[in-house]
Ligand binder design. Structure first.
Ligand code: GLN
Length: 276
């Protein structure tokens, strides 16, 4: 039987060594560091075969996260498949900033939170894990995406409500926190091949100007805002100014904050309204 070391050496000839190690670690239920402590471990023929099949998928330009079938987001493992967007670091930043706002301005326990266009559920489920007494609703237009979100909620023991709806279409009630990472790419925007060829276009593109989903969400948002609220959106790097104008017109009396991601590009916008 082949050893871990032999499989890594062979894998490295075909794909990035980090990817080879991550695949093998996942197949052996080890983390990549533990894997390196088991270089002499003999691997069953089944695992070996599975490993080479997965290497082939990477060679065929499938994203690592889909091949492995899960991804870490903000400390939790989320199942992903090609029906949902692979969570990005920038979205962890959106969650992080949102949690800061909530901890500071909404110390009460019974917050109603809605995640519009939830995909894998990573945003809403992470918020529920961090704020266990909140009521979290996950919304998506795609039943396939909601199936993934529901499975993630189950695995992570997060008591959330899932709703199949085109943004507000079937959503009742008002919320304190409205969060979304909707599709925001322009329909002709150049993106990496591996993204365009694998990830759901429904989760990526938003019309000619990339703004159609924001317009849809914002057109009805006032019916769904509690008196005190936080709106938190992820945005495209070149959409900061236009979103800021839209926010200023709509959320009168609210504090509007545009924030950059770690790469220094506009990536998030917030509207915060609290009583004086
Ligand atoms: N962030 C996505 C990307 O990097 C764009 C679409 C989205 O997240 N809403 O391709």
């Amino acid at each position: 039987m082949a050893t871990v070391e032999e499989l890594i050496i062979n894998g490295k000839k075909k794909v990035h060594s980090t990817h080879a190690k991550m695949l093998l670690a996942d197949l052996l239920n080890l983390n990549p560091l533990e894997l390196l402590l088991h270089l002499d471990l003999e691997v069953t023929p089944e695992v070996e075969q599975h490993y080479y099949e997965q290497i082939q998928k990477l060679i065929n330009q499938e994203p690592l996260q889909y091949v492995i079938g899960n991804v870490n987001f903000y400390g939790n493992t989320f199942i992903v498949n090609n029906k949902v967007l692979i969570p990005r670091f920038e979205t962890e930043e959106l969650v992080e900033n949102t949690l800061h706002f909530i901890e500071y301005y909404f110390p009460q326990k019974d917050l109603k939170i809605i995640d519009l266009g939830t995909g894998s559920g990573c945003i809403g489920i992470t918020l529920k894990k961090k704020l266990p007494t909140s009521q979290v609703t996950l919304v998506d237009i795609s039943q396939d995406a909601l199936t993934v979100a529901l499975e993630n909620a189950k695995q992570l023991e997060a008591g959330v409500t899932c709703l199949e709806s085109d943004f507000w279409e079937k959503v009742p009630g008002k919320y304190h926190v409205i969060i979304s990472n909707p599709p925001y790419l322009k329909q002709d925007e150049e993106i990496e091949n591996i993204v365009a060829q694998n990830e759901p276009h429904l989760a990526l593109y938003a019309g000619k100007d990339g703004l159609s989903c924001y317009k849809k969400i914002l057109s009805e948002i006032k019916d769904h805002l509690e008196e005190e609220y936080l709106v938190a959106f992820e945005i495209g790097f070149d959409q900061g100014n236009v979103l800021k104008t839209m926010f200023q017109e709509l959320f009168t009396g609210a504090l509007i904050t545009l924030k950059k991601d770690l790469q220094g590009r506009d990536r998030m916008i917030f509207a915060l309204k609290i009583k004086a």
